[in-house]
Ligand binder design. Structure first.
Ligand code: PGA
Length: 248
């Protein structure tokens, strides 16, 4: 059985001073029953790793290239992320799928590279509001899952984050029934794709998770944690979410 996972995505935010939140989290969640991951921008990774270790908070990247090295100006490989001491990487976030036209095949190639480098990929997927309104949400999400997950993934080498695009940074969240429906569907598909180990791939919900809605979301079946953006930037906001997960 995997531990639940509270993951923070800082996006293009944060500076050296902001890393002090790692000390606060470490003190507050010293004996945490959940996994905790903070994904700061790349320039902070090494300092974040040094500051967090040894302790309950793991550090991850927000993207990687699928190649190990080469003429890819501005990119960073999975092995390079691993060399900073990072242990995980967010891949296929909707902001990257949109701004950099990352396809499911791109995300799968990156996730494979991450697994080969010993990083845990957090593969993101989710529908737009237009797709939800058209009744296509499940079809879109299932297609992204099929296309983005590397073959032979296991509960130890893959995390999936369901993030409805319209819920990211908006303060809006789906109904609890909608989240439960998507997570149950993803769980079934993962079992079909990966066999028994599909039951232990952690399924995170992401999109406007806050202290005030976390407990309700974490009580849903097949919700094994959260990928949190805005509310992961300070210990004050993120710590109660970790606590809610630990109590779920
Ligand atoms: P949010 O972002 O929590 O600020 O909505 C979530 C995400 O984009 O991962």
């Amino acid at each position: 059985m995997q531990r639940k996972l509270a993951a923070g995505n800082w996006k293009m935010n944060g500076d050296v001073q902001a890393l002090s939140m790692l000390d606060t989290l470490a003190q507050a969640h010293n004996k945490a029953q959940t996994d905790i991951l903070i994904c700061p921008p790349a320039h902070l990774l090494s300092q974040a790793v040094a500051r967090a270790a040894p302790g309950p908070v793991n550090i991850g990247g927000q993207n990687c290239h699928h190649a190990a090295s080469g003429a890819h100006t501005g990119d960073i490989s999975a092995g390079m992320l691993r060399e900073t001491g990072a242990t995980a990487v967010i891949l296929g976030h909707s902001e990257r799928r949109e701004a950099y036209h990352e396809s499911d095949a791109d995300v799968r190639a990156k996730a494979t590279a991450a697994q080969n480098a010993g990083l845990l990929p957090l593969v993101c997927l989710g529908e737009s509001l237009a797709e939800r309104d058209a009744g296509e949400a499940l079809a879109v999400i299932r297609g992204q899952l099929q296309g983005s997950v590397p073959e032979n993934s296991t509960g130890d080498t893959l995390v999936i984050a369901y993030e409805p695009i319209w819920a990211i940074g908006t303060g809006k969240i789906p109904s609890m029934a909608q989240i439960a429906e998507v997570h149950a569907c993803l769980r079934n598909d993962l079992r079909e794709m990966l066999g028994d180990t599909g039951a232990s791939v952690r399924l995170l919900y992401g999109g406007s998770v806050k202290a005030s809605n976390a407990a309700e979301i974490f009580a849903l079946p097949h919700v094994d944690g959260a990928l949190v953006g805005g509310a992961s930037l300070t210990a004050e906001d993120f710590s109660p979410i970790i606590t809610a997960l630990a109590h779920s």
